[in-house]
Design a protein around this ligand. Structure first.
Ligand code: SDX
Length: 430
């Protein structure tokens, strides 16, 4: 039975339909609000605004729940692989063995990139950030591959081409940035092993593929694969709503993810922990600066727009630190600092009152360091993991008849009517 809310504005009563989701989330449908009342809503950052209906990922921020297509993240991290999880997100169900094998074959077939693309890398200054290169290279992919056609099969090949090539392009960016020979993908390696091999193999010292590292990378990318309407996914949906090709929409998502408040936080956490380790910044100083409104310093890797309890991904990432560092030949002092800083923050009233807990980025950098990934590649690693989620959300947006061109309204606060003043008559006040 449909439910309604009543809104009384300027003596006029408006009935607003209530929309309820499959996990009991409720929304006021305000699509008629402006035409019937002249009013719009105001919600900077969209913290209270639903931009779409989605069947891909469910999060419960109060209970720390995260499920992809209904499956708890803990089960997927424990039992699935990144390729299988990518298939689940994009297709809406787990693949059969035959479908998984076919998907893996396609990912291998699509893994090389056009030789002409290598020239692009060479034109970047040596210190270019890999996220800027990646965003541009994904957009450039469109020039090498035909436009999307409507056939599902073609669309799926485009998705797999993107998922396969983002991994090759990222490893290539790393090798070229170090002036090392590019290592090509191998048809005999799975998705994650291929990436590690392209990153670390060399003619001088052959890379030994460690199954635990491969497993850790699968889990790392499963944890990052989707997160409902986060900032970068919103960018992909907004850009995609103009019906531009998927490469351009994903390129926008990479740019949004780069920011330190979003995916760039994993790099910022390591810089913060290094500052504590190398510069001797005390935990008390960290906490007091994080509490100081005027300082601008934030405890990176802490806090979340949705989670008001421990991010379930951070719990898994924290456990991974022990497993993967147990393998590493050297201890990482930053892990001990991270643990003690977390303890200190979680007992502090400011963090308790504001429900600030570790998010996925707090421990992920430690895991990546243990894998040998350089810090400036951390957000690239996040982007590779998030790509299946961006694709799934882009596909859902495009297929939803209720979705339209993304074009929010505003509250204008500028000049009232004003007029042009000829140059010689102008003063600083005009
Ligand atoms: C990701 O959306 C997603 O799902 C993102 C993500 C994904 O998978 O896509 O989960 C990935 O981006 C994780 C978040 C990574 N970012 C960081 O770790 C950066 C540090 N965190 C903060 O910048 C902040 O917590 C945000 C940006 C993550 C969330 O901020 P909100 O929701 O906009 O909340 P807010 O900034 O309004 O914070 C509420 C209060 C504020 O104090 P008051 O103005 O109420 O006094 O909490 C304070 C904030 O100052 N606060 C922090 C803090 N985070 C929030 N204070 C100190 N340190 C922090 N980290």
């Amino acid at each position: 039975m449909e439910k309604f809310a009543k809104l009384v504005i300027d003596g006029k009563e408006l009935t607003l339909p209530i929309i309820e989701g499959s996990e009991g989330e409720k929304a006021l449908d305000i699509r008629r609000l402006r035409q019937e009342t002249g009013y719009i809503t105001f919600d900077p950052g969209y913290g209270n605004t639903g931009a779409c209906k989605s069947a891909i990922t469910y999060m419960n921020g109060e209970k720390g729940i995260l499920r992809y297509r209904g499956i708890p993240i803990e089960e997927l991290a424990e039992r699935s692989t990144f390729v299988e999880t990518a298939y689940l997100l994009i297709s809406g169900r787990l693949p059969t063995r035959e479908e998984l094998t076919r998907t893996s074959v396609y990912l291998n077939d699509f893994s090389p990139i056009h030789e002409n693309m290598k020239a692009f890398y060479g034109s970047y200054p040596p210190k270019s950030h890999p996220m800027g290169i990646l965003s541009a290279m994904i957009n450039a992919l469109r020039s090498f591959y035909p436009e999307l056609v409507d056939l599902d099969e073609e669309m799926n090949q485009t998705f797999l081409r993107l998922i396969s090539k983002i991994r090759t392009m990222s490893a290539m960016a790393y090798k070229i940035s170090r002036g090392h020979r590019v290592i090509y993908p191998r048809p005999d390696l799975c998705y994650c092993a291929n990436f590690l091999n392209m990153m670390f193999d060399s003619p001088v010292v052959p890379y030994h593929i460690d199954d635990d590292m491969v497993r850790a990378l699968n889990v790392f990318w499963i944890l990052h694969a989707d997160h409902e309407q986060n900032c970068s996914t919103t960018a992909v949906r907004a850009v995609g709503s103009s019906k531009v090709n998927i490469y351009a929409a994903v390129s926008a998502g990479i740019s949004a993810l780069w920011g330190p408040l979003h995916g760039g936080a994993n790099q910022a956490v390591i810089h913060m922990l290094e500052k504590i380790h190398k510069d001797g910044m005390s935990f008390d100083e960290c906490i007091s600066r994080a509490r100081d409104k005027n300082d601008g310093f934030k405890l990176m890797g802490f806090g979340h727009r949705v989670y008001k309890t421990y991010d379930p991904r951070a719990k898994i990432m924290k456990k991974m630190c022990d497993i993967i560092l147990g393998k590493a030949t050297r201890k990482d002092p930053l892990l001990d600092i991270a643990r003690r800083l977390e303890e200190r923050a979680l007992e502090d009233n400011y963090f308790k009152e504001k429900n600030l807990y570790p998010n996925v980025d707090f421990y992920s950098g430690i895991v990546l360091r243990a894998m040998g990934i350089p810090t400036n590649m951390f957000t690239v690693m996040f982007a590779i993991g998030r790509l299946p989620g961006w694709i799934a959300q882009w596909k859902e947006d495009l297929g939803d008849p209720e979705m339209k061109l993304c074009r929010p309204r505003q509250i204008y606060t500028g000049h009232e009517i004003n007029h042009y003043v000829p140059l010689d008559e102008r003063t600083e006040e005009s």
